[in-house]
Design a protein around this ligand. Structure first.
Ligand code: PRT
Ligand code: ZN
Length: 291
């Protein structure tokens, strides 16, 4: 325990798709803790933080009720549970899309064909809200698992389920026709914990580290050689960082340019740089990035 008071507490998924990503993130931001499968509680050795391992569905309520101050959970779960929590950061893992899907060989082609039809889902609240916004009256059937088999059992006409690779839909002869929610793991907090000065300071310290890690994962550091005459054009191509580093080379008229590039623009940028005259392009991962 922290000398000045109680440790901050964070709830993580004990077992499942977000468990590894959550542990990896906390380790990557320098937290030192013991973990083995089946463990329910683990204090950090080098930060006043206790880890609690729970079922993901329970995490929003535990955070809302201040059993823990923080939690890492899918955006789909926090929205479905409707708990009163603050959503702090998107964490860049556990990405999936809550989609409406229909049988591939059938008459239903879009969500506007679903009036009066049955839709099976494990996300009934999110789906009901979505249908209401779109003005569609359909019957929502709540199913806790294996949603994808309900059309073939004639339990439902369509489904609303999470999709990542899409192979589950394909195997069940279903095709997605609508995105209901784009989800990923998010950091959530109890609002009262954020009003407590000491806890808020610890949360902020943790968030600076987490944001630095997310930014670094989304960034590549790029180094290249180019003729000095190409500098203006190359500067125009490089998005992101305020100013690239420019170093003269032994060969007259040649320079080396170093810059961080957001991963989303990466291939686009490389192609443009080559066309602008850059050569010997080296790309290295960024481990941490605090700005
Ligand atoms: O035991 P506990 O309650 O903690 O876990 P759980 O079984 O309820 O959840 P788990 O571990 O399956 O998922 C946890 C979170 O991972 C979800 O709430 C999402 O935020 C996220 N996530 C990311 C996914 C997927 N991708 C995903 N593909 N959750 C579920 N799926 C399922 C989907 O329901 C479908 O059955 O995977 C299948 C589809 O996958 P593809 O690759 O075939 O498209
Ligand atoms: Zn669950």
């Amino acid at each position: 325990m922290d000398a000045k008071g109680q440790n901050l507490k964070i709830a993580l998924q004990r077992k499942g798709r977000l468990a590894d990503g959550s542990l990896q993130l906390l380790r990557a931001v320098g937290l030192d803790f013991d973990y083995h499968e089946g463990k329910l509680f683990s204090p950090c050795a080098n930060f006043p933080l206790d880890l609690l391992f729970l079922r993901d569905d329970d995490i929003p309520e535990y955070v809302q009720d201040q059993v823990t101050d923080l939690g890492i959970v899918g955006l789909n779960v926090t929205q479905e549970r409707g708990a009163e929590v603050a959503q702090l950061d998107c964490l860049g893992f556990g990405a999936c899309i809550l989609s409406i899907a229909v049988p591939r060989k059938g008459t239903l082609r879009s969500i506007y064909d679903l009036g009066g039809k049955r839709i099976a889902t494990s996300h009934p609240k999110i789906l009901a809200r979505f249908l209401e916004e779109k003005g569609i009256t359909a019957k929502v059937i709540e199913i806790s698992g294996s949603v994808e088999i309900t059309p073939s059992l004639d339990v439902a006409d369509a489904i609303c389920d999470l999709v990542s690779t899409g192979s589950t839909l394909r195997m069940n002869d279903l095709e997605p026709v609508e995105v209901v929610l784009r989800s990923e793991a998010v950091l959530i907090a109890n609002p009262a914990s954020l009003l407590d000065d000491r806890k808020k300071e610890l949360v902020d310290r943790l968030r600076i580290r987490i944001q630095g890690n997310i930014r670094a994962r989304r960034t590549k550091y790029i180094m290249m050689n180019a003729p000095e005459s190409a500098l203006q054009e190359i500067r125009g191509i490089l998005p992101g960082m305020k100013s690239p580093t420019i170093v003269p080379l032994a060969e007259k008229g040649m320079i080396a340019i170093h810059s961080a590039v957001p991963e989303e623009f990466f291939w686009d940028v490389i192609e443009k740089l080559k066309r602008a005259g850059a050569s010997d392009i080296l790309v290295v991962p960024v481990e941490k990035m605090v700005i």
